[in-house]
Design a protein around this ligand. Structure first.
Ligand SMILES: [Zn+2]
Length: 286
């Protein structure tokens, strides 16, 4: 079965080399990676993992850097990586929304370089809220004009603590989805449970253009989550994501295949929905 992994992270080799000092200088990077057990991978590592797990294409996400300069330098790497593996890597870039005009310029630059979205946004560490609609409006407008998607980390307001859980809970992505019904939004980690509120008719309507990825699923939920969320928001609104290198792509693929979803739904999750979303002029990677 063809697989598109919508949630992976890669960093340039210099980030791995300068890990310790970056963990001190950038609050988001520090929150995620000051623990040496938090894995980091280069694009070469990702390609190797994709070959092993038979993943055709990965969306390579950036990290929610706080500093504009680090966004720019790592965006360069993601764009270069996609240039090296044009059939396999789809780059998403990062901006620091609070740097306003600089962020908009950087977004334009990344769109011209081939970035297909922004992510994984970390509003809590980057010091804003997804519900700050006026701050985000210019960014969403520029992204939409280039048909770029926005992918944000979201986590559960309840349940166990884990490194990087953060405080972006369902109210924030919901406010964003209400404000921008036309934008293509992806909320990571099953949207922090937002799909469960799709039992409310008005919430279901608001989520019409919203997608949920499955990144880190087995750290968070029982396997039934695949079937339950697919019933609530539609299997056409769920995107397979592994959260590599935090988790193995192979194991994440196996979870979908072992789920109770039927074959057609598994195909939608593993590649069909992503292909539809990322298609441009007949080609996925165009
Ligand atoms: Zn995340």
């Amino acid at each position: 079965m063809r697989v598109v992994d919508f949630h992976t992270h890669v960093v340039p080799p210099w980030v791995i080399q300068e890990r310790e000092s970056l963990a001190h200088s950038d609050a988001c990077f520090g929150m995620l990676y000051s623990n040496p057990r938090g894995r980091l991978a280069t694009v070469e590592d990702l390609i190797r993992s994709m070959d092993e797990a038979h993943v055709s294409i990965s969306v390579a996400l950036n990290i929610g850097w706080c500093s504009h300069d680090l966004c720019v330098r790592t965006n360069d790497y993601l764009i270069e990586s996609a240039g090296k593996w044009p059939e396999r890597i789809i780059p998403f870039c990062m901006v620091q929304p609070t740097s306003t005009d600089f962020a908009l310029k950087e977004l334009e630059r990344c769109a011209a370089g081939g970035a297909r979205g922004i992510g994984e946004l970390r509003p809590d560490a980057q010091q804003y809220s997804l519900a700050d609609i006026e701050l985000l409006r210019p960014l969403v407008n520029v992204a939409s004009s280039h048909r770029m998607m926005l992918l944000s980390h979201v986590s559960e307001p309840v349940g166990h603590e884990y490194p990087g859980k953060g405080t972006i809970t369902v109210e924030q992505p919901y406010a964003l989805a209400r404000a921008f019904p036309e934008a293509n939004l992806v909320f990571a980690h099953w949207g922090g449970g937002l799909p469960f509120y799709a039992l409310m008719p008005e919430v279901k309507n608001t989520l019409a253009n919203v997608y949920f990825d499955t990144a880190a699923s087995r750290y968070l939920y029982r396997p039934e989550v695949f079937e339950i969320v697919s019933r609530l928001v539609g299997a056409d609104h769920v995107l397979f994501g592994s959260d590599y290198p935090l988790l193995s792509q192979q194991r994440a693929v196996d979870e979908v295949i072992q789920s109770t979803l039927d074959r057609g739904e598994q195909t939608s999750l593993l590649s069909g929905n992503a292909t539809r979303l990322l298609q441009r002029g007949g080609s996925l990677l165009g």
